[in-house]
Design a protein around this ligand. Sequence first.
Ligand code: IMP
Ligand code: MG
Length: 191
Amino acid sequence: MADRISVLIPESVVDAKVKEIGEQISKDYAGKQVHLICILKGGAFFACELAKRITVPVSIDFMQVSSYGDGTSSSGIVRIKKDLDDTLENKEVLIVEDIIDSGRTLHYLMPVLMQRNPASLRLCALLNKPDRREVEVEIDYLGFDIPDEFVIGYGLDYAQQYRNLPFIGVIRPDTSGGGIVSEEKEKGETD
Ligand code: IMP
Ligand code: MG
């Protein structure tokens, strides 16, 4: 059965927000180089789009941390599956993550990275689910607060699917034939 997907945050709104965050980061890091740490796999789409909007020098490294299985609820266990290639010593480090949910992943990761002696360590997240928070996490740059719904797209997956959707969507129980339903179409408008 195909999943029925509705749009929570349209592509144009996400893109405008990424541009805005990129501009803010460029101001805040003026005269410096920012070292982005992309949290795989979900953060990859956001990190690439964000990097394109930053005008100060950028370097990028990748890390994979697992806190979820293929389902939609937290296992509570955080594990480094792929570590960074480069040192963080004296770098202006900015972690780029897709979503902060329970907060467990970043609550675990930030102190681990802090021990590697960066000049600074900040967190940038595209999405935040404040209602789901279990542990404290300070987000320095945030795209959107969203309600407690499981979202997909822009890097976010459901069982490794839908990361490539250019918008933030929600899977709805299938009542029709499935497929992607845009907000406009739901309101009865045409493309
Ligand atoms: P946390 O440790 O609970 O904050 O979870 C963070 C990770 O859980 C994110 O990096 C995502 O990979 C995953 N996650 C949390 N909520 C969602 C969601 O709504 N859709 C897809 N992945 C999610
Ligand atoms: Mg993730």
